[in-house]
Design a protein around this ligand. Structure first.
Ligand SMILES: *[C@@H]1O[C@H](CO)[C@@H](O)[C@H](O)[C@H]1NC(C)=O
Ligand SMILES: *[C@@H]1O[C@H](CO)[C@@H](O)[C@H](O)[C@H]1NC(C)=O
Length: 213
């Protein structure tokens, strides 16, 4: 849902900027947009300066299919209370899965999951695929509060693939605001009352803004 919303917005913003630059260039008054254009070309220059020899070599022969490496972030056990149904809405069949506790353990952060959050995901009525949409909270062993949002999709065997966004103002964990993180989820226990325990394994893309070594 997040990406569905944000990508078109970015596309629109890009179009508007380009049109603004064109319009102002035509009018000969493009001093401010020109500086935006300079910023864009300096970003491009930065990214191509890492290329081996020339721009044409970078375009024609740079490896294009090297998978990015991942760095393990944590394993979380998430305690959920019995789900309930909102019903079929515009996006699909919306459900609520209360998140009521748990823990997470990893090399750079460990702690407990607060009884304060839920998955407000939905089943796509065309495919039956479940799309989680969570907000919940970690508290680290040293007392930092971390807010998590995740979205993703169920897979044919019932496990889920997730993407995460983290927010925290805590200095020791501020890097979490800037990581690109993915994970897998599967159910590891189910109670007769509809409660469940989910296991989530999370990784971040290596080479980005990970924890200080
Ligand atoms: C985390 O929760 C799981 C599932 O309840 C439990 O088996 C495990 O011992 C807990 N780990 C820690 C470090 O508390
Ligand atoms: C389920 O499918 C996912 C995605 O293909 C895979 O990563 C995972 O290992 C599978 N899990 C089980 C329990 O088969």
């Amino acid at each position: 849902m997040l990406f569905k919303t944000i990508l078109p917005l970015l596309a629109v913003a890009g179009t508007v900027l380009a049109q603004t630059v064109d319009t102002l260039n035509a009018a000969g008054v493009a001093s401010k947009p020109k500086s935006s254009a300079k910023v864009s070309s300096s970003i491009l220059a930065t990214s191509t300066s890492a290329a081996p020899s020339s721009t044409s070599a970078a375009c024609s022969s740079a490896p294009s299919s090297t998978a990015p490496a991942l760095t393990f972030l944590y394993t979380a056990f998430v305690n959920c209370a019995a789900p309930f149904d909102i019903g079929v809405v515009s996006e699909g069949d919306r459900v609520v899965i209360p998140i009521v506790g748990g823990n997470f353990t990893g090399p750079a952060l460990s702690g407990t999951i607060l009884d304060l959050g839920a998955d407000w995901g939905y089943f796509d009525t065309k495919t039956g695929i479940f799309h989680p949409d969570t907000r919940y909270n970690f508290r680290t062993t040293d007392g930092a509060n971390i807010w998590i949002r995740s979205t993703g999709s169920s897979t044919p065997n019932g496990s889920l693939q997730l993407r995460f966004l983290f927010e925290t103002g805590a200095a020791a964990y501020y890097w979490l605001n800037n990581v690109v993180a993915i994970g897998t989820l599967r159910q590891v226990a189910a109670g007769a009352d509809g409660s469940s325990v989910l296991r989530i394994d999370a990784w971040i893309m290596a080479g980005g803004n990970g924890p200080a070594a």
